[in-house]
Write a protein that binds this ligand. Structure first.
Ligand code: C5P
Length: 401
């Protein structure tokens, strides 16, 4: 489920990372959220109320009173919010939040808030590593708040280390995934989703095959997540050791690409969304030996013929289906992914690069970029369960357009 319609209170404190808040506001507004910004007096040295107000489409407050004598009620602001995000959260603001040092509008609003609070700390590496910061972050977690950890990289001081505020896209997807988890909204109710998963095995003889290392984890995670959101899910998987915990997912096991193609087209007319996460073998032996091939000769030649491209065929026969493909690339990643989006007549493509550690085959984690014809979004390295949420959130946001 997306954050569409949610009331997001963003509290900005005084650090250089405040510049990233412009992008954060824009991203939330783009997703259909309502955004109210408040800021500490120090934050005004880094970003202007005018730019934040223009992007959020609401006046920005930094004090209890305005020049014209109006009272900005911290209690009203706090109770209005469905979610509060403190970004960037400086060491000073973090410490005040934890200890109730209520000397500005941000802290008074925070202390009045009953909604979930997300904290995106940003500070120099030594401040971030300081025992007091660590303790304050632990205390924040014990208060039930969500920490979006600072990232590693170059800092404003010129030093390199952990302390950069998480990227706006990371903050957005953390909040989106939280909203999905708590609302367990049946946001895909009434939709039928078909997912292909795993490798295919192309028989050489009765005991041997050509295959690949795909585990099927990504496709199984997508199937479970889509089912949790109320979709009717048809999962067509090649040989995989994955198991399903959700009994509502309809699992069809196949072996070869040809079998997968045939199974997909048993259902194709009736589906709303098709997600092809299977690593289909591109070639299959021309003839399958009836008996086990003996090792008589020094060399063995097996003639291979091209397998059907299942997703491309789905694209060619598309009438109303929203189609999502995957691209696993090792070079010219973005160009190749965008090329496939076009060539296979897809609505969206998920790129994972084998250059990214922890991404792609076999791993429990994945790092993706998503492309549509007009949009691009990058995500951090996450568990495949979290990646499945990101992908389905994106699909849902496209269906709403
Ligand atoms: O062309 P390439 O194999 O890189 O495209 C990858 C995408 O196409 C994936 O979504 C994959 O599931 C799908 N595909 C397919 N049938 C094939 C080859 C790829 O459905 N024979």
């Amino acid at each position: 489920m997306s954050v569409s319609g949610k009331k997001i209170l963003i509290a900005v404190s005084g650090g250089i990372a405040a510049y990233k808040v412009h992008f954060l506001i824009r991203d939330f507004i783009k997703q259909g959220a309502e955004v109210q910004v408040i800021m500490t007096p120090d934050a005004e040295h880094f970003v202007t109320k005018l730019s934040l107000a223009t992007l959020s489409k609401k006046p920005v407050y930094s004090d209890f009173y305005d020049n014209n004598g109006t009272w900005n009620s911290h209690v009203e602001l706090a109770l209005w919010a469905d979610l509060m995000i403190v970004a960037p959260c400086t060491a000073n603001t973090l410490s005040k939040m934890i200890h109730g040092m209520c000397d500005n509008l941000v802290i008074a609003t925070y202390m009045s808030a009953k909604c979930p609070v997300f904290i995106a700390p940003a500070m120099d590496l030594d401040m971030y590593a300081h025992p007091s910061t660590k303790m304050n972050l632990e205390l924040a977690e014990s208060y039930g708040h969500f920490i979006i950890p600072a990232e590693n990289g170059e800092l404003a001081s010129g030093l390199i280390g952990q302390g950069r505020m998480a990227e706006p896209a990371t903050i957005l997807s953390t909040v989106e995934n939280y909203v999905t988890d708590v609302t367990v909204e049946r946001s895909l109710e009434g939709k039928t989703v078909l997912i292909t998963a795993g490798p295919t095995y192309e028989a050489i003889d009765p005991v041997r095959f050509i295959g690949n290392h795909s585990s099927g984890k990504m496709g199984f995670s997508l199937a479970e997540e889509a089912s949790k959101r109320g979709a009717k899910v048809i999962l067509i998987s090649g040989p995989s050791s994955q198991t399903l915990t959700d009994k509502n997912v309809e699992l069809h096991k196949v072996t070869s690409a040809k079998e997968m193609l045939a199974k997909v087209f048993e259902f194709y007319d009736k589906i709303d969304i098709g997600i092809a996460s299977a690593a289909v073998a591109d070639y299959a032996p021309k003839d399958i030996a009836k008996e086990k091939i003996k090792k008589n000769d020094e060399n063995l030649t097996i003639e291979l013929v091209k397998n059907p491209d299942i997703l491309k065929t789905m694209g060619e026969k598309k009438t109303h289906q929203f189609l999502v493909g995957f691209a696993l690339e090792t070079q010219n990643e973005e160009e190749n992914a965008k090329g496939k989006l076009q060539k296979k007549n897809l609505d969206m493509i998920v790129l994972n690069s084998l250059r990214d550690e922890g991404a792609g085959f076999k791993n429990d984690t994945n790092k993706i970029k998503i492309f549509t014809k007009t949009e691009k979004r990058e995500f951090d390295l996450k568990s495949k369960g979290e990646v499945a949420k990101d992908i389905l959130n994106f699909v849902e946001s496209q269906l709403l357009k």
